[in-house]
Design a protein around this ligand. Structure first.
Ligand SMILES: *Cc1c(COP(=O)(O)O)cnc(C)c1O
Length: 226
C-alpha cells in the first residue's frame, strides 16, 4: 500500500508541475492538499514518508482521531478541514486544524470567534463559495459572497487567506474556477483552493493555488457517500 501511495503522489506532483508549465505559472504557485478522509492513519503515514505534509479531512472527529498523534513525529504537517463545519465542532476545529477551508456563514463566524477565544487559537480561514448555488451544498451563495468576504476580512483580518469551491458535478468546472479566481483577486486574497482528482489540471489553468486530491493518491474510498 505505501509503495502505491508514494507512486501516486509522485505522479500527481508531476502532473501539477506539468499543468503549471502549460499555463506559464511557476510550480511553486500550487500546493497539494492530500485528502485522506476515510483512509486509515497508516495511509497518511505512508504519504508523510513520501514527503507530503499538507492533508485535508472532511470531518473534525475523524481528523481528531488521526492527526494529533502524527504531529508528534511530523511537527511540520498541516491539517486542513475541507468539509462543511457544524458550529458545535468549531472548538475542536480550532484545536486541531491549521486551515479551515469552509467558512461559509455568519453563524459559523460567530462560533469560530468564540472558539478562538476559548482555545487561544484561530486557524487560517478560507471562505467556501457555492459557485453553482446548489441547495444541498455548503458555501456562501454566489451573490452574497462579496458582502460575506468583506465582513469576514473585517472580523478576522489577515486570518482570511482566500477562497474555496466545489463546482457542481454535472457541469464544466472551468467557469466556476474562473469565477472563484476573479473573486479572490478582487478582494486581494492570495489563496484559491479548487480542483480535485478529476479536474485539478483545469483548476490550475484557471488559477488554483491549492488543489485537493484524494482518490488519485489514496485510492477509492470505502463506504462513502461523497
Ligand atoms: C473528498 C474531497 C476532495 C477530494 O476528492 P477526490 O475526488 O477524491 O480527489 C476534495 N475536496 C473536498 C471538499 C472533498 O470533500
Amino acid at each position: 500500500m505505501s509503495d502505491q501511495i508514494a507512486e501516486n503522489l509522485s505522479a500527481i506532483r508531476s502532473r501539477i508541475i506539468q499543468a503549471c508549465e502549460t499555463s506559464g505559472r511557476p510550480a511553486t504557485d500550487v500546493g497539494l492538499v492530500a485528502v485522506s478522509k476515510f483512509h486509515p492513519q497508516d495511509a497518511v503515514e505512508a504519504a508523510l514518508k513520501a514527503g507530503q505534509r499538507v492533508f485535508g479531512e472532511n470531518r473534525v472527529q475523524e481528523a481528531a482521531s488521526k492527526f494529533p498523534a502524527l504531529r508528534e513525529t511530523w511537527p511540520d504537517l498541516r491539517l486542513h478541514i475541507i468539509g462543511g463545519l457544524q458550529t458545535n465542532k468549531a472548538v475542536d476545529a480550532c484545536r486541531i486544524a491549521d486551515v479551515i477551508e469552509t467558512l461559509d456563514r455568519p453563524a459559523l463566524s460567530d462560533a469560530l470567534e468564540k472558539a478562538a477565544e476559548k482555545t487561544g487559537r484561530l486557524p487560517e480561514l478560507l471562505i467556501q463559495v457555492n459557485t453553482g448555488n446548489e441547495p444541498q451544498k455548503s458555501g456562501i451563495p454566489r451573490d452574497e459572497a462579496d458582502a460575506f468576504i468583506k465582513a469576514s476580512m473585517l472580523r478576522f483580518g489577515a486570518k482570511v487567506r482566500g477562497l474555496m469551491c466545489i463546482p457542481p458535478e454535472d457541469e464544466d468546472p472551468a467557469p466556476h474556477f474562473h469565477f472563484l479566481t476573479q473573486l479572490a483577486q478582487r478582494h486581494g486574497l492570495p489563496v484559491v483552493s479548487m480542483g480535485m482528482s478529476a479536474d485539478f489540471e483545469t483548476a490550475i489553468a484557471e488559477g488554483a493555488t491549492l488543489v485537493r486530491v484524494g482518490s488519485a493518491i489514496f485510492g477509492s474510498r470505502p463506504m462513502t457517500g461523497s
